[in-house]
Write a protein that binds this ligand. Sequence first.
Ligand code: NAD
Length: 292
Amino acid sequence: MYIIDIQFNIKFALCVLYFSMERSDMVRIAVTGAAGRMGKSIINVIKDTAGAELAGAVERYDHPNIGKDEGEILGCGKLGVKITENFEKVIKKADCVIDFTLPEATMHYLDIALENDVAMVIGTTGFSHQQRERLKEVGSKMKIVAAPNMSVGVNLLLKVVSDIAKVLDSSYDVEIVEAHHRLKKDAPSGTAMRFAEVLAYSLNRNLEKVAVYERHGIIGERKSEEIGIQTIRAGDIVGDHTIIFGGLGERIEITHRAQSRETFARGAVRAAMWLVKQPKGLYDMQDVLGLK
Ligand code: NAD
């Protein structure tokens, strides 16, 4: 009887150890903006990602889906995670937060993530200069990945267009055209602005001085140093970006088209899984994808 008891206790202890090891390997991810277009897509990816676990789903306090099971709004049956406005409670159970909301909401959650020493992947776009400075400041004290576009393709293109710009001389005019769905709130897109920053840097130009966001009326001849950034909003376009290098007698056009939000969602979850293993710092998708 005594021997059986010891054997049982050892088996039980091994079982507890096994499961606690299994769980400590899981990356627990909380999602803010959980009922939004990106939030839902991200939760779908987390659900199918080995080693990732949904730690919580957060929405603004007056969202009609507060209190509902996240699975119900995804249409995949119950997930056992209710949508809540209580970020302070959710963050205690998380290793990382993925945030695709609005700039003000992101800045609020950033402060709480910092207090709780929890990593944060930020996909939200449209930050002001001041908000971007705050991100940089906080970046030395916690783990952050912030990128206006989390797709592999766009991040590869950021590198490619920089290389092209360095080879072509200033007789090639640089224009960026972006198109998004009618519900997008900020313009130009964060991705178009990232392309513009990378191109200005590669061409040794000051973006604030050379960016041209709209043309209308008798505008005169185009100045060679201009970097044009043009915006289209229509229907349900997920996200298109074209970079034009226009020379005399030829032009290069490079286009990226996102066909579904899943590409951004996969990038965001990949970033979260990567970020939790990194030292504190402010990273972007180029770091996550090893493109630097
Ligand atoms: P959306 O409007 O569908 O979703 C945003 C969600 O955030 C909404 O459900 C809204 O209720 C919620 N929200 C607002 N305030 C909140 C708060 N205080 N707390 C919690 N939730 C709050 O928009 P979307 O298309 O999902 O895009 C969200 C953001 O992500 C935008 O800034 C967009 O430009 C950006 N985005 C980035 C990428 C990328 O790859 N980085 C890709 C697509 C979209």
